[in-house]
Design a binder for this molecule. Structure first.
Ligand SMILES: NC(=O)c1ccc[n+]([C@@H]2O[C@H](COP(=O)([O-])OP(=O)(O)OC[C@H]3O[C@@H](n4cnc5c(N)ncnc54)[C@H](O)[C@@H]3O)[C@@H](O)[C@H]2O)c1
Ligand SMILES: O=C(O)CC[C@@H](O)C(=O)O
Length: 420
């Protein structure tokens, strides 16, 4: 539905923001160098930093940046985007996009892209490895031997064959975990708010409570949403089997860490594997504090579920290609917060890209401007969502700058530029 809410101030008019000044990409958090190929081929200048900048640093840096690349730890809030006059788009070089204010980026005309399944398999493999490690207490045994202590024990150590794995969130990762677990001879049940096709012999259950009560291992693969925040707390942990194991490689907010630590200390749970935390350090080498440190049969990893060479290289390529396609041709296919538009360009034309408030009459106004300039529209496509309309038009080159300027002057304009 069109919204008549007052939106944000239109961005300063800069018709050739896509081609006449060198475009700059800022890559944060060690984004893989495989991303450089697509950016360089499109003539973009790359600056890389290894850490997640603070909000203040990001705000300063964004003043002069056209494309921002981040991973899971850089928070991109409205208060930073408000200063990002030159910014065209944001790439999350990962699956999760909860670190970006997607609705605000949408209202400002900034499409956000991610890599929806480039690291899926890496996470699934780590989960299966951890299931076996928890079953055999291998984390503790390894630490003891490293410390020079020989403890050859079998008490409390089990095979995983025949045990039940409960998967919460049966999406890309959950279904891959399901396949690998069955190959290990495990029984698989899953709970998802959406109806999902079971893979192999997996079986869906009707509620989270049913899943928790019937699983030896519970693994979480849900996104960070209001509903999944602390979806596993003291009550849910108490509803798990005594001696059961919890694995979380989704997002830190999903589990109440204090309740999990208590459940392990009280020996209700037999162990846990945790990869993600409510508060995560910003850089390698930073101190990490958690109530889970030092607890028995608790595997703690520093958010590395998707961190393999294969996954990072593939993510680098995938997201940089999506970003350069947007910068050079306006393509928004695959964006997580923008109407999808993709249009082959007619040769010898200029492409005008316009994001506007989605209110009645905008297309009429834009077509009138084109007609007043006696211009020929070679191709045109419009897609909308509740707040914005996104229009691509290929026009005669001699009129494109004038049309662009007039369109940008409309009161409904959010962003208008010429891509080439
Ligand atoms: N640890 C890591 O390095 C790492 C790597 C990749 C992804 N992740 C995290 O894993 C999450 C899952 O990734 P994915 O690719 O499988 O996502 P996905 O979108 O393919 O699947 C998520 C599933 O969760 C379901 N779901 C949503 N809310 C739910 C709820 N309240 N209860 C039950 N089910 C619910 C959805 O219907 C969907 O089927 C990502 O959002 C990301 O946060 C972490
Ligand atoms: O690489 C990262 O920082 C995040 C990985 C993972 O959590 C994801 O969302 O893909």
């Amino acid at each position: 539905m069109p919204s008549d809410q007052p939106l944000l101030d239109p961005q300063p008019f800069n018709p050739f923001s896509g081609s006449k000044e060198p475009l700059r990409v800022l890559l944060c958090e060690n984004v893989h160098s495989s991303s450089h190929e697509a950016f360089s081929a499109a003539g973009l200048q790359i600056e890389s930093i290894s850490y997640a900048p603070s909000e203040e640093e990001l705000r300063e840096r964004l003043r002069d940046v056209h494309v921002l690349g981040i991973r899971s730890k850089t928070h991109v809030r409205s208060s930073s985007l408000a200063y990002a006059d030159k910014l065209l788009s944001i790439g999350c070089f990962c699956i999760g996009t909860n670190q970006v204010d997607l609705a605000d980026a949408n209202r400002r005309g900034l499409p956000v892209f991610n890599a929806p399944f480039s690291n899926t398999r890496s996470v699934a493999e780590m989960i299966l490895a951890e299931v076996v490690m928890l079953a055999r207490q291998l984390g503790d045994r390894s630490r003891e031997v490293h410390e020079g202590r020989w403890r050859k024990v079998s008490s409390g150590c089990y095979e995983v064959r025949g045990k039940t794995l409960g998967i919460v969130g049966y999406g890309h990762i959950g279904t891959q975990v399901s396949i690998l677990a069955e190959a290990f001879g495990m029984r698989v049940i899953y709970y998802d708010i959406a109806t999902k096709l079971p893979i192999g012999n997996a079986r869906s259950v009707a509620s989270l409570g049913e899943l928790l009560a019937n699983s030896d291992y519970v693994t979480l693969h849900v996104p960070a949403t209001r509903d999944t925040t602390k979806m596993i707390g003291a009550t849910e942990l108490a509803g798990m089997k005594r001696g059961g194991y919890l694995l979380n490689a989704s997002r830190g907010q999903v589990v109440d860490i204090g309740a999990l630590a208590a459940s392990i200390r009280e020996k209700h749970l037999g162990g846990a594997a945790v990869d993600v935390y409510p508060e995560e350090p910003e850089s390698n080498g930073d101190q990490f504090a958690s109530e889970l440190r030092g607890l028995p049969n608790v595997i703690l990893t520093p958010h590395v579920g998707g961190s393999t060479e294969e996954a990072q290289e593939s993510i680098g390529r995938e997201v940089s290609i999506a970003l350069t396609k947007f910068v050079t041709a306006g393509t928004t296919t695959g964006s997580v917060n923008f109407p999808p538009v993709e249009l082959p360009q007619v040769g010898g034309t200029h492409r005008v890209l316009n994001v506007h408030r989605n209110v009645p009459g905008v297309l009429r106004d834009i077509n009138r401007i084109v007609s007043d300039r006696n211009a020929n529209i070679h191709s045109q496509v419009l897609a909308t969502d509740a707040n914005i309309g996104y229009l691509i038009m290929d026009l005669d080159q001699d009129v494109s700058a004038d049309v662009c300027r007039d369109v940008a002057a409309l009161s409904t304009n959010i962003r208008t530029r010429i891509s080439n």
